[in-house]
Ligand binder design. Structure first.
Ligand SMILES: Nc1ncnc2c1ncn2[C@@H]1O[C@H](COP(=O)(O)OP(=O)(O)OP(=O)(O)O)[C@@H](O)[C@H]1O
Ligand SMILES: [Mg+2]
Length: 276
């Protein structure tokens, strides 16, 4: 009896410690997200402002077009068009960063996300490539063949979009990491990641398959434990899969399938019921 009490106490102490770590991590990321939001607003606002100035400039050029030779005029117009396009990209991607930051702030403040009609294939595609580019930014030598399979037509479904995107991002990050890590160790290895979205009457599925390192028995067992990671310090916090489980199972009433063969690869399958 006494022994089990001791064990329970020990376990509670352990859980408490984990929760403390989680809470301070949440506060840290909320703090960072908040600090980034301000300069990001400057970036977006100044690019919009510059867009307006560019419109004025284009008008001025047009009013004085007889002062230019035909060649010069064409060049000026091309440059103006390019600049306009660049500015648009800056604000578009800036807005996306704002969305991501909002997502972080929402999760760390523990606010309940709202279900919204969501174009799943589009969302999946966006976050698949976001993960890919993030990986490329960190590891210049990173490369992978990504193949994507989306349903021809899929009606929007009611999900919490920032949550589903986080689940896709975390899964993709794991897949990118493992194929990258494997590629640093074996010569003739062709990293591939395969993404499949499918849908039927009452559920949809997002499956992400990699031909990376696969999981050991221990990893498979502890996969969803918070802070369980096999990555070096600074590369993984071990929170990804726990967050995914919370999102898919608790918030969306779905299931996560893990199919992994050590040395060969892993498939993570997320099935989510469609709420009518
Ligand atoms: N696709 C995968 N292939 C092989 N191992 C994986 C894969 N996905 C996860 N793992 C293993 O599971 C562990 C836990 O994954 P999880 O996403 O929870 O944490 P992490 O990736 O280590 O860190 P974080 O996601 O917080 O940055 C990883 O460290 C890795 O060992
Ligand atoms: Mg991860």
């Amino acid at each position: 009896m006494e022994e089990t009490n001791k064990q329970e106490l020990e376990q509670m102490r352990h859980q408490l410690k984990q929760q403390e770590k989680l809470a301070s991590l949440g506060m840290l990321s909320a703090g960072i997200a908040h600090e980034i939001q301000n300069p990001l607003n400057f970036v977006i606002n100044f690019s919009k402002l510059s867009g307006k100035l560019l419109d004025d400039l284009a008008r001025l050029v047009k009013d004085n077009e007889d002062r230019f030779s035909a060649d010069d005029r064409e060049e000026v117009e091309d440059i103006l068009a390019d600049l306009q396009e660049n500015l648009q990209k800056i604000s578009e991607h800036g807005e996306r960063a704002v969305d991501i930051i909002r997502g972080i702030l929402l999760i760390s403040r523990g606010k309940e996300g709202e279900r919204l009609p969501t174009d799943i294939p589009r969302l999946v595609k966006e976050y698949v490539w976001l993960a890919y580019h993030a990986m490329r930014a960190n590891h210049k030598d990173f490369n992978v063949a990504i193949s994507e399979h989306y349903p021809e037509q899929m009606k929007p479904v009611m999900v919490i979009p920032q949550d589903i995107s986080r689940a896709v991002l975390n899964t993709m990050n794991n897949a990118c990491y493992t194929v990258w890590h494997k590629s640093t160790m074996s010569e003739d290895y062709a990293p591939t990641i395969d993404i499949t979205v499918s849908v039927d009457a009452d559920e949809f599925t997002i499956a992400i398959r990699d031909n990376g390192e696969g999981m050991t028995e221990e990893t498979r067992r502890r996969l969803f434990d918070n802070f369980y990671t096999t990555k070096p310090v600074g590369q993984g916090t071990g929170l990804g899969m726990g967050i995914i489980r919370d999102i898919i199972e608790n918030k969306h009433g779905g299931t996560i399938g893990v199919d992994s063969v050590e040395g060969e690869g892993t498939t993570i399958t997320m099935k989510i019921p469609i709420r009518k």
